[in-house]
Design a protein around this ligand. Sequence first.
Ligand SMILES: Nc1ccn([C@@H]2O[C@H](COP(=O)(O)O)[C@@H](O)[C@H]2O)c(=O)n1
Ligand SMILES: C[C@@]1(CO)OP(=O)(O)OP(=O)(O)OC[C@H]1O
Length: 157
Amino acid sequence: MRIGQGFDVHVFGEGDFVILGGVRVPHGRGLVAHSDGDVVIHALCDAIFGALAMGDIGKHFPPSDPQWRNADSRQFLRHAARLMEEQGYRLGNADVTVIAEAPKVGPHASVMRDNLAADLGCGIDRISIKATTTEKLGFTGRGEGIAAQACVLLERA
Ligand SMILES: Nc1ccn([C@@H]2O[C@H](COP(=O)(O)O)[C@@H](O)[C@H]2O)c(=O)n1
Ligand SMILES: C[C@@]1(CO)OP(=O)(O)OP(=O)(O)OC[C@H]1O
């Protein structure tokens, strides 16, 4: 078994939606990023790369590479899933926490779980999505951005 954790932050900027776990969530601001700014998937990818001891998302998809500009982050997750399989592992479970005052994640968590499970080739019972505010404290509390953290356990396939 292997364990991994990941963390990501993106700052709010212009726009009227954010992408979280592959779901387009209406919001008064967008997220500034090289890709689509999906902090849920970025944290989850880093947890998987960490569990495999294979670097981080920026190593696999350099922010300097124009190829990843506005990229759909789900392709990053499918790449992580392929690496996991090649190394002889499958996902035991993943647990993700979104840290944001807004938007509300709860109403979208079920579709996010469906997306992540589809990309990772596992059942949705292996994917958990949670969310919390920081009670208006810190940068997330001031509504300046969104953070996400993820933990994964990989099992021998
Ligand atoms: N962006 C968020 C933040 C929170 N939730 C849900 O609200 C519950 C209460 O949050 P507190 O920070 O006040 O504890 C939390 O447990 C989530 O269910 C959310 O959906 N989206
Ligand atoms: C995802 C990548 C892709 O170039 O860029 P960003 O969308 O800016 O996201 P970040 O979380 O900073 O991770 C780095 C990059 O791999």
